[in-house]
Design a protein around this ligand. Structure first.
Ligand SMILES: Nc1ncnc2c1ncn2[C@@H]1O[C@H](COP(=O)(O)OP(=O)(O)OP(=O)(O)O)[C@@H](O)[C@H]1O
Length: 802
């Protein structure tokens, strides 16, 4: 990769094709007809002749594809990150634009790859890992100044939404600020009304990611249950400046999670789901058109027009596809026999993408602000020089007055000289001003100082003009300086360690290592049992039932499964009236919570990390003590040698092998100390991340509990049947006639056989008994809401059947 622009602003770049990778998600029964070779990146899919006729028009039987790399079902998230993303992220830190995007059918693992699993730390995807890498690298590059800002864009049904608005509480997708695009003079599409947030630390960046993901989840409320129905782009803007240079490097890193492609005809969906699928397939189709046009261009076919403008997604990715960008694509596939057709489409798409050639260059340009600053400094220096040459300059009229020994100016110049002499660095500067009188005074001070000290120049502890101690040679002076520096460094490190330790202590106190902070529960028996929190109140609406069911990482049907898996407990609750005690109800809920395992795993991991940090803290502390001990030995040794030198009249300039040994020991300890400290910082980052995941889990647990409780309470009140009272009803139904049961329970109450339920709910369409069975626990008694729920489950069932 090369392509540094010249200062004239002309840029040169090298061309590079998009790298493509294949990731196969784990499935219970992978097809034998799908084979791959991890070594050479080849894959082959065989389709029986008859099956091929069903969905592949040319009835070919074997399809071979080649990738830059393949990740099998067992591949871990860190391997995928190292293989696909690391070099793109490092490139972005050098000023090269980067894009990583995942493409594949619904449920094939795009979100898992780009964002990662929400529950387990090890499941972090490319975005959080990129963030960590960026800040780790920034810490190492102390000679440069960086600024990082973040935006997060969601494209739903062709419209852009800003996922990052910390001021706004988001309940529906409509609450998010809308983003549009405009085309600048150079043909670049620039987002309008999209916020960009400075992220000074990894923690800031992660907070923005979590905020965006939360809004993304909520914005999925009105959408489908089974998949992400939108495209999301996490954008990291990086600016790098090198002190003393007028140039700035700017790069953009796009991390893209596309919505899943879907075979509408095959799934037989309708309503909102169909509309969403059409939008998704439409935008993916536009993406394909762009890819085909670029592929044709790459093969020599004349294409003057690449249809980027057709959709927001292709417009925003213009630079990533055929522009100035280092791009990598992860094609995600599900290797089940039934999905082989989709695998072929995805792999074909990837082969086309691989032919696209981008221009990769370092985006470096002159920064006018830096230039102006430098030029202003130059002007100041020149003015000063002119003043000196003229023998006048500022304060010319008060010269005699100003430099009188003991005057304010005299003391000021003396102080400047003291600072200059005691600053050991080569970049130290003495600036006494443009007046010749000041300069003369400075020379006088120097002269007096040299006269007092004989042939030695001293600074620091010995004041200017003060007598110099005979033993304060230049060598010992340098050593003293070094000691001073170490002391200062150690002091700084000490401060940082104590901040780290107290932070960890505070956190561990808060969480007690033992468990997740308990949600705020009302006191036992409080009459506010049914006074729902906003989250719970929202959960009462059918739309939000969908949201809860859909929430990512929790299994898309989490709550319904919760309601079924915890049935024994439900019955206990119903029978013993435990629901009146929120604390007890919460304990029961927590026991059967499906995500408890992941939470426990994270807590365990957190505990391990804390222990690791404690052990490292001890090592670092020991190093510090050792360094102090060694330094004391050196000082003692020097004293002894000085005394010995005085009494024997020997040459104290001679080297001391014992002191050299002690110094090399100090160096080793320092190295150990630095290494331990670096690790400690890394651990702090990991700990913060795990804590963030736990915090999110806690919020999710709380909101799931609220919803579960509201379902349980309604069930207890007889609005929804529990398995126990279902049995009782069945017994009763055997003795009574089923219609009578339905009538007794009133409108909207589920009882008796399904057709009578449908009738009592006044549906003007047929309800599949399986659907009705599934939807029953969530029916509210509100005809309109129940109608929505039934429709929703019908659509879902169609997807499941397909
Ligand atoms: N490599 C993997 N290892 C373990 N679990 C995975 C992997 N890939 C996907 N999964 C799991 O499969 C499910 C579907 O994955 P994911 O949501 O990432 O699919 P998707 O392609 O983003 O789907 P959609 O386009 O519908 O949003 C999730 O529960 C996810 O945790």
């Amino acid at each position: 990769m090369s392509g540094r622009p010249s200062t004239s602003g002309k840029k040169a770049g090298s061309s590079k094709n998009i790298d493509i990778y294949l990731r196969c998600r784990p499935v219970p029964r992978p097809s034998e007809n799908f084979t791959y070779d991890l070594q050479d990146g080849s894959t082959s899919i065989e389709i029986p002749h008859e099956a091929a006729a069903g969905y592949i028009n040319n009835k070919k039987e074997k399809y071979d594809f080649k990738f830059n790399g393949i990740f099998g079902p067992e591949a871990k998230q860190d391997e995928v990150f190292d293989g696909v993303a690391k070099k793109v992220v490092l490139g972005a830190l050098q000023g090269v634009n980067g894009t990583i995007f995942a493409y594949g059918q619904t449920g094939s693992g795009k979100t898992f790859t780009i964002t990662g699993g929400a529950e387990r730390y090890v499941d972090r995807g490319i975005i959080p890992r990129s963030i960590s890498l960026i800040y780790q690298e920034l810490e190492k590059r102390t000679d440069q100044q960086f600024s990082v800002s973040i935006s997060y864009l969601e494209i739903y049904q062709g419209r852009g939404y800003d996922l990052l608005d910390p001021e706004r509480e988001v309940k529906q997708i409509e609450d998010l600020p809308k983003v549009s695009l405009w085309e600048d003079g150079e043909g670049k599409f620039v987002p309008r009304n999209m916020s960009s947030h400075n992220a000074g630390s990894e923690e800031d960046a992660l907070n923005l990611l979590f905020l965006g993901d939360t809004n993304r989840t909520i914005s999925e409320t009105p959408m489908n249950l089974t998949s992400s129905r939108s495209h999301c782009i996490f954008i990291v803007n990086i600016e790098v400046r090198t002190p003393g240079e007028d140039t700035v490097r700017r790069s953009k890193l796009n991390l893209v999670d596309l919505a899943g492609s879907e075979r509408v005809a095959k799934t037989n969906i309708d309503g909102t789901i169909l509309a969403e699928a059409q939008y998704i397939n439409g935008s993916l189709h536009f993406l394909e058109q762009v890819i085909i046009a670029l592929q044709e261009k790459a093969t020599g076919i004349q294409r003057h027009h690449i249809p980027y403008r057709n959709s927001m997604m292709t417009a925003i990715l213009k630079d990533s596809l055929g522009g100035n960008c280092c791009t990598a694509m992860v094609a995600t596939v599900n290797m089940s026999e039934a999905q082989l057709g989709e695998c072929i489409s995805t792999c074909r798409f990837a082969q086309r993408v691989a032919m696209i050639s981008n221009v990769v260059m370092v985006n470096e340009e002159l920064d006018p602000k830096l230039m102006i600053k430098r030029l202003k400094q130059e002007i100041r220096d020149l003015k000063e020089e002119i003043g000196i040459l003229k023998g006048g300059g500022a304060g010319a009229g008060e010269e005699e007055e100003a430099v009188k020994p003991g005057s304010q100016m005299f003391n000021h110049i003396k102080q400047q000289i003291q600072q200059y002499v005691s600053d050991a660095s080569s970049s130290a500067k003495l600036n006494v001003g443009g007046s010749m009188a000041y300069i003369r005074t400075a020379f006088q001070i120097f002269k007096g100082f040299v006269g007092n000290s004989g042939s030695h120049l001293v600074g620091g502890s010995a004041g200017v003009g003060e007598p110099v101690k005979p033993e304060a040679t230049a060598d010992t002076k340098a050593l003293e300086e070094q000691c001073k520096k170490y002391k200062l460094q150690i002091q700084q490190r000490d401060n940082e360690i104590s901040i780290l330790v107290s932070m960890m202590k505070k956190r561990s106190d808060m969480q007690g290592f033992q468990g997740l902070p308990q949600p705020k529960l009302r006191s036992s028996g409080e009459s506010a049992l049914l006074t729902k929190s906003p989250a719970a109140a929202a959960a009462g609406s059918p739309g939000n039932h969908r949201q809860r069911l859909k929430s990512p990482g929790g299994g898309k049907e989490n709550l319904q499964q919760q309601a079924t898996s915890g049935r024994d407990d439900m019955d206990v609750l119903a029978n013993t009236n435990l629901l009146a005690d929120r604390n007890k109800a919460f304990e029961i809920f927590r026991k059967s919570y499906r995500k408890s395992e992941a939470i426990e795993e994270n807590k365990l991991l957190l505990k391990e990390k804390f222990q690791e940090a404690k052990a490292l803290g001890r090592v670092v502390g020991e190093c510090k003590q050792n360094i102090s001990g060694l330094k004391a030995s050196i000082e003692k040794r020097r004293m002894e040698r000085a005394v010995q030198g005085l009494s024997e009249g020997g040459d104290d300039q001679e080297g001391d092998p014992q002191e050299d040994l002690l110094k090399s020991k100090i160096d080793r300890e320092k190295f150990k100390y630095k290494e331990g400290f670096g690790k400690l910082k890394g651990l702090k980052r990991e700990i913060e991340h795990i804590q963030k995941i736990l915090e999110n889990s806690r919020n999710k647990l709380q909101s799931d509990f609220e919803h579960w409780l509201s379902v349980m309470v309604r069930q207890q009140q007889g609005l929804i049947r529990s398995p126990a009272n279902k049995q009782q009803e069945r017994r009763q139904a055997w003795s009574d006639d089923s219609n009578a049961v339905a009538t007794r329970k009133g409108k909207g109450v589920v009882g008796g056989n399904n057709s009578s339920v449908a009738k009592s709910l006044n549906f003007d369409f047929d309800v599949d008994p399986v659907v009705l069975q599934k939807a029953k626990p969530l029916l509210t008694g509100n005809a309109e809401a129940d109608r929505d729920i039934i429709k929703f489950y019908q659509a879902r069932q169609k997807l499941v059947n397909s």
